[in-house]
Write a protein that binds this ligand. Structure first.
Ligand code: NAD
Length: 267
């Protein structure tokens, strides 16, 4: 049990409509659940159809799953359009889908195919998600866009390079468009987690440290936080941050990167 996880259910997002990418698993799944608990309607977008449908079914009539490969602009546009058609408008867009890099090569032998693969999901797709969220939100002069970046996009000397660069780019998207969107009543913020043993993180570290056992991989991922406070970050900790940033309680918070990393980036 995470002893810091004390937020109780309320209706902070009552009547709001959300699209969450990468919602079939991990942070996206936890956030979908927390959004529903707070009164939102949620479109869960992912490429893991069976998992996504199962999560949506568990969440009930205010949730729906749609297949959406975020690398494809038309599919992202369709997910936004589905929210508008089904629930009447888009209030929250959470660009959360992400993948790990499978190469820890030094920069002189950077695996460019791996770089392109990671950038397509972790950076380019964030731009596309922001584009189509803005298309839906700007005319209504309201909305909150969220993006999952990473502590790896904040600290220097983080490896794998491709992953770190892609997450810095996601933070860059937020910084680049926040001012423009603010003039239209739309907010955009990043959330930067660290060290949660989700499938992506386990797979990613498993590739980077192929010699490590699953337990060892888990220890590597969680080391920084678990040794600090005797607790670990959980996907719900990110979901709670997402609820806050998506809610009207954060109405003057924009252009921000909210680190939820147990102090990892403090140094
Ligand atoms: P996860 O593996 O549980 O979830 C990632 C989800 O993204 C999966 O359901 C996957 O199917 C989906 N996805 C991948 N490629 C996609 C695509 N092309 N189109 C649509 N969906 C796609 O992992 P998670 O840790 O919950 O990851 C969520 C986000 O959090 C990612 O952006 C990740 O980089 C970021 N993050 C995680 C950690 C951590 O410690 N777990 C730390 C920092 C940042």
């Amino acid at each position: 049990i995470n002893r810091f996880s004390t937020v109780s259910a309320s209706q902070r997002l009552a009547g709001k409509v959300a699209v969450i990418t990468g919602a079939a698993s991990g942070i996206g799944e936890a956030t979908a659940k927390e959004f529903i608990r707070n009164g939102a309607k949620v479109i869960l977008a992912d490429v893991q159809d069976d998992l996504g449908r199962a999560v949506a079914a568990e969440l009930g009539p205010d949730a729906a799953y749609t297949r959406c490969d975020v690398r494809d602009e038309a599919q992202l546009a369709a997910a936004v359009d589905l929210a508008v058609a089904r629930y009447g408008g888009l209030d929250i867009m959470y660009n959360n889908a992400g993948i790990a890099s499978s190469s820890q090569a030094p920069v002189a032998s950077l695996d460019v195919a791996d770089f392109d693969r990671v950038m397509a999901v972790n950076a380019r797709a964030v731009v596309l998600g922001v584009k189509h969220a803005a298309r839906a939100m700007v005319p209504r002069r309201s909305g909150s866009i969220l993006c999952t970046a990473s502590a790896a996009g904040v600290v220097g000397n983080a490896v794998p390079h491709s992953y770190s660069i892609s997450k810095t780019a996601a933070i860059g998207v937020v910084r680049s468009v926040a001012g423009e969107l603010a003039s239209h009543g739309v907010r955009i913020n990043a959330i930067s987690p660290h060290g949660i043993p989700t499938p992506m993180a386990m797979r990613g570290f498993g590739d980077v440290f192929p010699w490590a056992s699953p337990d060892e991989v888990k220890r590597i991922i969680m080391r920084d936080i678990s040794e600090m406070e005797g607790t670990t970050l959980e996907v719900e900790d990110i979901a709670h941050a997402a609820v806050y940033l998506a809610s009207d309680e954060a109405k003057y918070v924009t252009g921000h990167n909210l680190l939820v990393d147990g102090g990892f980036t403090v140094g």
